[in-house]
Design a protein around this ligand. Sequence first.
Ligand SMILES: Cc1cc2nc3c(=O)[nH]c(=O)nc-3n(C[C@H](O)[C@H](O)[C@H](O)COP(=O)(O)OP(=O)(O)OC[C@H]3O[C@@H](n4cnc5c(N)ncnc54)[C@H](O)[C@@H]3O)c2cc1C
Length: 374
Amino acid sequence: MPNTADVLVIGGGIAGLSAAAEIASQARVIVLEGESQIGFHSSGRSATMLHYALGDPLIRALTLASRSFFDSPPDGFSDVPLGRRMAVLIHAREDERTALDALNEDISKFAALQRLDATGVHQLCPLLRPDALYGIADPNGIRLDPHAMLQGFARQLRRSGGELRTDARVAVIGRRSGSWQVTTQAGDKLSAPIVVNAAGAWADAVAKLAGVRPIGLLPKRRTIITFDAPVGTDLELLPFAKTVGDELYFAPESGRLFACPMDEVPSDPCDAQPHEYEMALAVERMQERTTVTVQRIVGRWAGLRSFTADKHPVVGFAPDAEGFFWLAGQGGAGLQTSPAMSRIAAALVLAARWPVPGVAEAELSPARFLRQPA
Ligand SMILES: Cc1cc2nc3c(=O)[nH]c(=O)nc-3n(C[C@H](O)[C@H](O)[C@H](O)COP(=O)(O)OP(=O)(O)OC[C@H]3O[C@@H](n4cnc5c(N)ncnc54)[C@H](O)[C@@H]3O)c2cc1C
């Protein structure tokens, strides 16, 4: 196998694979993933929702620009749907009503919402306590299938002649004669004029390997638990239900329920594991907001959501290092924004036209961090 390419992508999560698949239609691409399987870190540990309560107008615009991909992926992309409709319910108590009104106004620019009174809230989600008096519902939320997405992008990459190498942890990066020279832990040497840094929580570490100034990425741990639903609960009809503040969300999950206390615990890049405190918090908040008693935690996982200082992703060439391309900082919306983000990454790498109207390049550019002192 040749070890030279036009573009080396470091990271086989959703960011790296989706961008690689787009770029591969016009360039030779090799993806290097340090783990033995794709999506092992954040991309395989998410809550798998597409919804508009996440983030701010920029994240919502990237989500909107991604939506049609999930509804109608390219021919042959996947044998199974990339997701299924799941209503999203944002609920509020009396003291949270103003916050719900504000969120309703923000999201209404992106999705057709229904306002619900207490009866409507409990019809949609009978598990909520009676103090959930107000709600907004988006009947068109999507419960994504990250496995189908990752496999689909990997297949698209290979069909275009691109390559995916797992167990290929990048250990050394240097630039010589207009090309990046990359060495894996196993000693394989590869080179390309362009390196895409899609290393998720490790993106700053990868930049440092290359002698490129880091962007100040902050990985934050988030925890999810699963448990049995009360006997008789019709899981098929339940929505993804979220408090208007960042306190709790829960949804049906493989015949049970999952709940997340929306924790954001700063962490070094690592194989994140759930901690007792956040699991207990999930139980407490679930029991505070719903009539469910969590008898036993059946499953648990944690993952890292990596943020920049302004909580916007970073996509673009580093202004301080020729051919070094950033694709990082997807925070809590990396799955639902991946179709738009990968189109943007490919357009910038291939010097093509900007593909997402309504989103400005400067808002996503790594240059915004270099204006600040190191
Ligand atoms: C609990 C939780 C809930 C979430 N819920 C949602 C949601 O509902 N909707 C949504 O859209 N998003 C959600 N997210 C966010 C989403 O999962 C992330 O934004 C997304 O997965 C980030 O993708 P990534 O490819 O950047 O990172 P990753 O998936 O972590 O991929 C980065 C890859 O780079 C590899 N790597 C690192 N260093 C090297 C190296 N030196 N050499 C080779 N490979 C390397 C790693 O092994 C890793 O596989 C959630 C995240 C969590 C944790």
